[in-house]
Design a protein around this ligand. Structure first.
Ligand code: GCV
Length: 719
């Protein structure tokens, strides 16, 4: 007996010793790992094909191309070397020389434009070369990353023939980063911009950030929070902005700044910021000229105006168009752009919140200058776990609208929930607005196809911070990745991108790819069920938005409270936005308007977004009563998260140990929080339905009062 105990003690201490240091991939390298290809035959083949490479030109960008190839090919293959153009198996060329090579190989390079590329394998037997051709250096960089993806995902190079150019012009990250390094709605550490040490101290992380973005085609970054600090436009900060712009330029990335509309008063000593005041206009012109003197390719301004307490043209009796156009006039001579946000909901307007952006912006259609894009959040309220698309898409044919997606997980579990957003972005982009009849998808509105716009854009609110793995959770790196891929090509499928990301980041083993891909593809739906099933929305903790709090009812504005949104009462639950209610459906085109007006034809995922229904309403897909369906979805959601956790556990030994362990720990939290959401919401809504939770389901372990008492004053990312 003693002997057995001793062995047990020994085993325990050995295993705890073994687990105290987990070596492996900490996530820093993102999807650009370039680890050695383990299949000897594949490695040999690739080495023969591209192991000898040549990059023409010596601009900064072509040097970046050379460096990346050197690093990547030497990582994945054996002894990759730079050779002369003639000896090269892989040749990367931009500009005139690329045009002549394209012509001699009958390739159409012209049509891929300034950022596109053509990849082609010539058919010369042993002398066959893989050509990466582009009209510009940055096109060659994008083509290089595309070629590397082929190797990283173990796809053949034989007969390779790819021609690609972005469908969207401005593919921009929005950092909600403050100058003190706090990130509003950030869950991955501090801001990566170390403003204090800039411009002199230049972290390798800045370059790796640029590499990651360039690898997925992101060509712009707004460095600071839309709740902007006016100091960003002072000389002290502009030299720091310049340092970042200089580092990002070779990667094809322009910097943009969020500006505070009242800057002329706050840092310019003027008495007003009225956009029609000549002195104010001159102030902006001079300021913009200063910026361009330091940063000749500066991208432009992002503006949050007259929204959530931010100043704007409305403070001076002017419209959003007058405000945006004043900045656009200052930027136009330098080629800069204004991205003017449509995220507005004013205190004084007595109109339902989901309708306000449309009401305010639609009348301004066609009134904006050519270098203004109106940036619209994907849904009409505010980045909820699921929203119908904003009715502004399709409603402003004479104004280019930019999509604003949230990559950071403000409303979807911070950085511990396993949620792939690709399927959500796809759902929004493929939604039909019917603006010009059937097939008028949101994607076609924003890529300029539907209304023939020349300037187009997509913004993503970044989920990046100083955490070693950048995004606080390895899986959430995929949301940065898919944002870039969909901004380049809004038609690409979420599944294709997920599979590529898994192969580049986690494993090329087909079985592992299939398991993780399946988890990723269902993760958004599952998480919606755990939080806001059937179209519920905005029922999270007040302020920080952490955890369930459908009971919030005492905040200063009606539409800051959960009860405003779910409207649970004895007679039922949901927000009547149909004609019998606030008539938000009227903002959509027919036949969608009619479809959404009737609960019987409203997609169930939006049921309670558009309708207030009795607890015994029969839900079509299941035949359950609304109450039973709600309970079912909360329980099913939590059970599905548990199943995802089990699937992840089954991958132990098949993944890098550190990657595995990090995601496993987060999965445990996701599981606990799904149960917390389920219990708190079901108990809360039960007060109104007066109906039981079916006996077969586990009872919530705490009382509603206990859940209501939970408080998180130090939850991260607060505004
Ligand atoms: C940057 C939501 C967020 C705020 C954010 C705002 C916006 O309300 O909670 O933190 O502010 O959206 O998009 O401007």
């Amino acid at each position: 007996m003693k002997y057995i105990v001793m062995i047990c003690v020994l085993l325990v201490s050995v295993s705890s010793l073994a687990s105290s240091i987990i070596e492996g991939e900490d996530g820093y390298r993102l999807w650009l790992k370039y680890d050695p290809i383990t299949s000897a035959s594949l490695k040999k083949k690739y080495t023969q094909q591209v192991g000898r490479f040549h990059v023409t030109g010596d601009t900064e960008t072509m040097q970046v191309v050379r460096d990346e190839l050197n690093y990547a090919l030497n990582g994945m293959l054996t002894d990759a070397t730079v050779v002369s153009q003639k000896q090269a198996g892989l040749l990367v060329v931009a500009g005139d020389q690329a045009s002549s090579l394209a012509a001699s190989n009958s390739l159409d390079l012209k049509s891929v434009g300034d950022e596109g590329y053509v990849i082609h394998q010539t058919n010369d037997g042993d002398a066959s070369q893989i050509l990466v051709l582009a009209n510009t250096d940055v096109g060659a960089l994008y083509g290089t990353y595309r070629l590397l993806r082929q190797l990283q995902t173990h796809q053949p190079l034989d007969g390779l023939s790819v021609s690609s150019s972005p469908d969207i012009d401005l593919r921009v990250l929005n950092h909600w980063d403050n100058l003190d390094r706090h990130v509003e709605r950030g869950y991955a550490g501090q801001s990566i911009w170390d403003w204090h040490k800039l411009p002199d101290y230049r972290y390798q992380r800045y370059i790796d950030y640029a590499r990651a973005n360039a690898s997925i085609g992101i060509n712009g970054t707004v460095l600071n929070n839309v709740n902007a600090d006016p100091l960003i436009l002072t000389p002290h900060y502009l030299t720091k902005v310049k340092a970042l712009a200089d580092m990002f330029r070779p990667y094809g990335i322009k910097v943009y700044l969020s500006v505070k509309f009242s800057s002329p008063q706050l840092i310019g000593d003027l008495d007003t910021s009225d956009p029609l005041d000549p002195e104010v206009r001159q102030w902006w012109k001079d300021k913009v000229a200063d910026v361009y003197q330091q940063i000749p390719d500066f991208g432009g301004f992002l503006v949050k105006a007259n929204s959530e307490g931010q100043p704007g043209p409305g403070d001076f009796g002017r419209t959003h168009a007058e405000g945006a156009n004043m900045l656009a006039s200052a930027l136009a001579p330098h080629g800069g752009t204004v991205m003017w946000r449509a995220f507005v909901y004013a205190n004084e307007k007595n109109e339902e919140r989901s309708k306000q952006a449309y009401s305010e912006f639609k009348p301004l259609d066609g009134k904006f200058k050519d270098n203004v894009l109106v940036q619209v959040k994907n849904g009409p309220i505010d980045f909820q776990p699921r929203e119908p698309f904003s009715p502004l898409f399709g409603a402003m044919p004479d104004t280019p609208l930019m999509m604003e997606f949230q990559i950071t997980m403000e409303y979807l579990g911070f950085s511990t929930h396993f949620v792939y957003l690709g399927s959500m972005y796809e759902e929004v982009l493929q939604s039909d607005t019917y603006a010009r009849g059937e097939g008028s998808t949101v994607a076609k509105v924003i890529d300029g196809d539907l209304f023939n716009h020349n300037v187009t854009g997509m913004a993503g609110v970044a989920n990046i911070g100083t955490d070693r793995n950048w995004t606080g959770h390895i899986i959430l790196q995929s949301n940065w990745y898919v944002f870039g891929r969909m901004a380049w090509d809004p038609q690409v499928s979420a599944k294709t991108v997920a599979d590529d990301w898994i192969r580049m980041t986690l494993s090329n083993d087909d079985k592992v790819v299939a398991s993780v891909s399946d988890m990723m593809m269902k993760s958004h739906e599952v998480t919606v069920n755990t939080m806001t099933p059937l179209g519920l929305h905005h029922i999270m903790g007040a302020g920080h938005h952490y955890g369930p709090a459908p009971w919030v009812d005492s905040l200063g504005r009606a539409d800051w409270n959960s009860v405003y949104y779910h409207r649970a009462a004895k007679d039922g639950i949901g927000f009547d936005r149909s004609e019998s209610g606030v008539n938000a459906v009227e903002q959509y085109f027919s036949p969608l308007k009619e479809q959404l007006s009737d609960p019987a034809t409203t997609p169930e995922k939006y049921l309670l977004w558009f309708h207030h229904l009795p607890w015994d309403y029969e839900v079509k897909s299941s035949g359950r009563t609304l109450w039973n369906e709600l309970v079912h979805r909360y329980y099913q959601g939590a059970a599905d998260v548990e199943e995802m956790a089990d699937t992840w556990d089954s991958l132990e030994g098949k993944l890098d140990p550190l990657q595995f362990h990090q995601v496993q720990m987060a999965m445990d939290i996701h599981e606990k929080e799904a149960i917390w959401w389920r219990n708190a919401c079901v108990l809360y809504f039960q007060q109104f339905s007066g109906q039981p939770i079916p006996e077969t389901l586990p009872k919530p372990e705490k009382s509603l009062a206990d859940y209501q008492k939970m408080s998180f004053p130090h939850a991260p990312g607060q505004g």
